[in-house]
Structures are given as structure tokens and as C-alpha cells.
Write a protein that binds this ligand. Structure first.
Ligand code: DGI
Ligand code: FE
Ligand code: FE
Ligand code: FE
Length: 187
């Protein structure tokens, strides 16, 4: 599939507001890739597909995880985590993406993981700070992102972890590992 065909297909699977978010993540991923030395073409492709399953029914997301041997423990945690892993699977099956770096950036864009690659970091951070995002603390993330992917992402994960604590929700272990790993990298 061409880039344009993938874009049209992804767009058709979500409301306009979410598509605007995806466009923001695409543009921000390219900027961050250029700033920190990642491949902007890969970053943009991961961004186009990162939320492809976000508006699928949750039972369909769960089915992709169950039927294809994706990590079953995800189903014990918040549903918001599912679209990332399901999305990476669909990126290959429906859109023919085979680049493992791109697939990992899609797969881990929500949870993060311990040894995040440069591309993982770029897409995950772009998702936090694209221009359409407006949550308390987003400007602190944007400021840190001027200089450090790691410091900006720690700020992002800290906010997510605080949010989950306040809501009394479980925290997926990879998110804690991602934060620990980023702190380690700064030491
Ligand atoms: O899909 P988006 O809305 O663009 O953003 P996302 O894929 O980063 O999803 C973020 C949501 O996931 C956020 O509202 C918090 C929720 N979430 C639930 N459990 C976890 C989690 N996020 C992380 N990082 N770790 C969790 O364990
Ligand atoms: Fe997402
Ligand atoms: Fe995110
Ligand atoms: Fe997103």
C-alpha cells in the first residue's frame, strides 16, 4: 500500500478529531526525529498507524490480542493499552508493514518498555506533546523535549502514572520499566 492509501484507510476508521490528533503526531514525530537523529520516514509511518485500532470496538481489539498470541496479560490491564499492540499486528496484516522498528514504535507507544529505541521514544513523546494535546503539564513536556527525549518522556510517564494512581487503576509493568529505564539512561 502507498503512504496515501494507508492514510486514507486509517482516517476512515476514526472520527475527525482523532484524525487531527494523528496528523499532529505525524508532524511532531518528524520534527523530533530530525531533532534527535531518528529516521523521519519511519517515524511518520509509525505515527500514521499508531492509533489505527483506537476506535475499534474493544472486543475486536481483544480478539486480535487473543487470536494472535499477543501478550495476554494486557487483557488484565486498562483497555487503553490494547490498541497499541493490536495496531502493530494490523500494521503488518493489513498494511504490509514489516519493519520491526516501526512495528515496535506502534506496539509500545502507549506503555513504553524498558529499553525504548530512539524511534519508540520519538513516537511515544510525539503522542504526548503533539500541538492538539492540552492537559496540565503538557508545556513542561514540550520544554524538556527541546533538549532531551528522555527527560521529556519521564515527565510524560510521571503524569500518566499519577493519573492512574488517582483513578485507582493498575499500572502495566512495562510503563514502570520504561520510566526506570529512562532514569537509568540519564545516570
Ligand atoms: O491513544 P492516545 O489517546 O493518543 O494515547 P495513548 O495511546 O498514549 O493512551 C494513553 C492512555 O492510556 C492514557 O489515558 C492512560 C492510559 N493507560 C492506562 N493504563 C496505562 C496507560 N498508559 C500507560 N502508559 N500505562 C498504563 O499502564
Ligand atoms: Fe494511542
Ligand atoms: Fe502515549
Ligand atoms: Fe495517539
Amino acid at each position: 500500500m502507498t503512504r496515501e492509501e494507508i492514510i486514507e484507510s486509517v482516517r476512515s476508521q476514526m472520527p475527525e478529531k482523532r484524525w487531527a490528533h494523528v496528523q499532529g503526531v505525524m508532524a511532531t514525530s518528524v520534527i523530533l526525529a530530525e531533532r534527535f537523529g531518528a529516521d523521519p520516514v519511519k517515524a511518520e509511518l509509525a505515527a500514521i498507524l499508531h492509533d489505527v485500532c483506537k476506535f475499534w470496538r474493544v472486543d475486536e481489539q481483544a480478539k486480535v490480542i487473543r487470536d494472535n498470541g499477543l501478550p495476554a496479560d494486557l487483557l488484565d490491564y486498562d483497555k487503553e493499552l490494547w490498541h497499541a499492540h493490536a495496531g502493530a499486528w494490523i500494521a503488518t496484516e493489513r498494511y504490509g508493514v514489516t519493519d520491526e522498528e516501526v512495528l515496535d514504535a506502534i506496539r509500545y507507544h502507549t506503555s513504553g518498555r524498558r529499553r525504548m529505541t530512539l524511534l519508540d521514544k520519538v513516537v511515544c513523546l510525539a503522542d504526548y506533546m503533539e500541538p492538539g494535546r492540552d492537559f496540565p503539564g503538557v508545556n513542561n513536556i514540550r520544554e524538556k523535549a527541546e533538549h532531551s527525549l528522555e527527560r521529556a518522556l519521564i515527565e510524560g510517564f510521571d503524569g500518566t502514572i499519577r493519573f492512574l494512581l488517582e483513578k485507582g487503576k493498575r499500572i502495566y509493568p512495562l510503563t514502570l520499566e520504561a520510566r526506570n529505564g529512562l532514569i537509568e539512561e540519564l545516570e
